[in-house]
Design a protein around this ligand. Sequence first.
Ligand code: HDD
Length: 764
Amino acid sequence: QALSAALPHNANKPAEYVQGGQAMPAPAGVHAAPDNLDATGSTITEDNTSPKNGSKAEPGNNLNIVPLQKHRIDSGGRHITTNQGVPVADNQHSLRLGERGPTLLEDFILREKITHFDHERIPERVVHARGSAAHGYFECTEDITDLTRAAPFAAVGKKTPVFVRFSTVAGERGSADAVRDVRGFAVKFYTDEGNWDLVGNNIPVFFIQDAMKFPDLVHAVKPEPHHAMPQASSAHDTFWDFIGLTPESAHMVMWQMSDRAIPRSYRTMQGFGVHTFRFVNAQGQATLVKFHWSPVPGTHSLDWDEAVKINGADPDFHRRDLWEAIEGGAFPEYLLQIQTFTEEQAAGWSFDVLDATKIVPEELVPLRTVGRMVLDRNPDYFFGETEQVAFCTQHVVPGIDFTNDPLLQGRNFSYLDTQLSRLGGPNFHLIPINAPVAQVHNNQRDGFHQHGIFRGRVAYDPNSLAGGCPHQAGAAQGFTSFAEKLLEQQATAEPTKLRAKPEKFADHYTQAQLFYASQSPVERYHIARALRFELTRVQTPAIRERIVAMLRNIDENLATVVAQDLGMTSLPEPLPAARPPVASPEVSISPALSLLARPGDGRILARRVALLVGDGVDGAALEAVYQALVQAGAVPRYVGAKLGSVQSSSGDALPVEVTMEAAPSVLFDAVMLPAGAGAAATMAADGLAVEFVQQQYRHCKPLLVPTGAATLLQAAGVTTLPEDEGDPGLLFVPDDQVAQAGEEFIRRIALHRAWQRQTEPPMV
Ligand code: HDD
């Protein structure tokens, strides 16, 4: 019973999850499925047709990407055919001259099959190759039509379908998920006025200020070209060489060394548009805007020691988490928050809003929530959707416009360009996942893999032969670039062609200082530890020293700690700063920059909880805690030494769902030690169980400890119990009260981690 309650549920794919002909109900507390879903789920029928061919997507009623439906293929009940639709009688044997003779060239079935296979790889993305994606919708929750005419914000309650791809940056397509890296957060809005791609990251700033440097940055962080190592890691000489010689990266490096770079889940990280963009309203008035995605479950990260081990235990950790959360109905949800300001306001600030290495502190311009995004459907086909989706920063819609941020301007060239080689030509917009919901009409023709069958003899504009169609939309309906006037001071210094940047860009340290100063003590410790790890792997002492010299411009204490950790006997001189930090910045402490500032909504949806079991456990107590966790939307698992079942103290069989060997400690967010002194004593003699508890403790996770299980805790080396010092992650419960402990355990799990437990070196 317990198991069936936890079975995967996805209201958007009723065809896959039916019981007795009925879609399974969503567990309590999760989002209800959108109400206008296509009842056929993922199953294609012959009469599925695409509204794209005929009608325009109805404004405000484009919740589902209905056009994708016609491309979904189910082969249930069908026979194999060739790509020409010819039924294949035998798919096991090639055509040969006698049983022991040569294979015949005539075998077109074999040749077609092998040829297709030989060509089934495409180039991986040059960066962000490793990623995972999901469908969902964006819902506008506040009227901002005074700021923008962009279609997703046309009315409160309007829903726009989205496809979101999360990624790491440096690793190759098959690399591990839990590496220390920036995460991509790319959102494609299928608006009824065309596609808008907001191609952001989980960090609000970037390493460089000008797109001109991007190939160098990427070459520095990717595996070194002579031996192609290391994979998916910035901990090597070329990366830190580049950083030490590129002081504008100082602010970003603080973020990258923080726990932001090892998120617990794609569901628990923020997203940022990074650049300053422009909103334009129906009257043509513009406002500058920064975009933030804030996860409803809060911002949570891993511990580095844990992340390293996860990459061995489950390299697909984040991909699996996203997939399972959606299948289980715990739909990832983010608020869209904006910061808006005028050119004049921005001109008065000590930093330049065109500089992608700077944030606009929330204390200076507060966040305003204008919408929410819910991811409620997994892709059907990884390659067809997640791999072939093509995000381009230049995909904007009326109401959204660019600024002159030199990084953004360069990106606007790069993304379309890269798709040409990645997806094989200029028609990648016809690949179903990239095709807009809005109709496409223009005079662009031909190219590899053209799908359209254009009618008529006119493919030019202006024309009279087709009545002038398709015709220009005009400023009221069509996209018009904002008629930007350069600010007075820029306009008077007569514009000339030059390769240079504005003066404020030269301040590289004020906001790096702001970030570091705003971190909690444990976050600062983790930054120092990350720098130690990365620089210890750097082989060239001069590169390490240059980084410490850079750190001295950020925080003297941080520089000292890192230098000591690297065995340096003296501190190098600080790097010369191109411009001294701002004497009195607008904001010098920003609590919002700490991960702890966003603890979440207190729910523990999709959190994985291990309940250790062995012979003699108190089955009734376990079952009660298990059910409480299921009710809270978590994913409990009975974890034991071997599959099968254990015998509870009352003689019942309790299923072992996973083993400690196949699903070690790092794959769980919390653990309940065995309820029952006998079971605990047996486990105390099992190295795997001891290690399981030890690592839960070391990684600061919540532990529910029935008093009878103290032996196992001690065997794990947890001898000085910090319960008296208020460790909120340690919950001791008398053996006879375990059955009632579920609720309290859930509260502790919602706190995520008891970081105060961490010692240097680790206590266990
Ligand atoms: Fe980029 C992919 C985010 C700077 C050039 N980038 C890519 C993706 C994300 C970002 C999330 C993966 C999209 C997906 O899931 O398919 N990139 C950023 C952010 C940046 C940034 C937030 C700084 C603010 N990127 C940047 C610059 C350039 C590029 C300055 C080039 C001048 N990025 C690319 C690319 C990629 C890409 C080469 C590789 C694959 C792709 O575009 O589709 O064009």
